[in-house]
Design a protein around this ligand. Structure first.
Ligand SMILES: [Zn+2]
Length: 175
C-alpha cells in the first residue's frame, strides 16, 4: 500500500545566482555546459585556495611564482580542476613572462572566450572539460602556431613522463 505522501519540496530556490560573488571578472566567463560540473561549494572543497581563485574566480597568479614556469621536463600538463590533459611539454617555451607558456594546447582540450576586463580585450582560455579558467592566449608566440598560451601554473598539474609504466619488477605479472 503506497501512502500518498505528497511532500512538495518547493523550497529549492533558483535565485542562488543572485548571490554570486562580485569578484568574478565582468567578462564573458565560459557559460557552456561542461562535461564536469560541480557546485561552487564542491569546487571550494576540492581545490586549494589559490586553485579556486584562478580556476573558478578568473584570478591570475603572481608572475614568477609557479614552479611550472621553469619546468621543462618531458611530461604532460593536466587541469588542476578536473585532471584533463591540456598541454604537452614539447609545446612549452620560455616566454620570460613569469607564467608557463605554450604554443599549442592538446586538441579540443581548451576553449576560449573574449575577456574585456581591466580595460583590455584579451582572449580568455579555459578547460574545455570543466570550464576552469586557465589563462589567456596572445598572438605573439613562436612558430609554428604564433600563439602564446599564457597559463597560470596553479591551474595545472604537471605529470612527468613515466618511462615505461613502473619498472618495479617485483610483481609476477609480465604484461
Ligand atoms: Zn578542467
Amino acid at each position: 500500500m503506497v501512502s500518498r505522501r505528497t511532500f512538495s519540496v518547493a523550497s529549492v530556490t533558483t535565485a542562488a545566482a543572485a548571490l554570486l560573488p562580485r569578484a568574478v571578472a565582468a567578462s564573458d566567463a565560459p557559460k557552456g555546459v561542461f562535461p564536469v560540473q560541480k557546485s561552487d561549494e564542491e569546487w571550494k572543497s576540492s581545490l586549494t585556495k589559490e586553485q579556486y581563485y584562478v580556476l573558478r574566480q578568473h584570478g591570475t597568479e603572481r608572475a614568477f611564482t609557479s614552479p611550472l614556469d621553469k619546468t621543462y621536463a618531458a611530461g604532460e600538463y593536466h587541469c588542476a580542476g578536473c585532471g584533463s590533459l591540456l598541454f604537452k611539454s614539447d609545446t612549452k617555451f620560455d616566454s620570460r613572462t613569469g607564467w608557463p607558456s605554450f604554443f599549442k594546447p592538446v586538441e579540443n582540450a581548451v576553449g576560449t572566450t573574449t575577456d574585456r576586463s581591466f580595460f583590455m580585450t584579451r582572449t580568455e582560455v579555459h578547460c574545455a572539460t570543466c570550464g576552469g579558467h586557465l589563462g589567456h592566449v596572445f598572438p605573439d608566440g613562436p612558430p609554428p602556431t604564433g600563439q602564446r598560451y599564457c597559463m597560470n601554473g596553479v591551474a595545472m598539474k604537471f605529470v612527468p613522463k613515466a618511462d615505461a609504466p613502473a619498472v618495479s619488477d617485483k610483481g609476477d605479472s609480465k604484461s
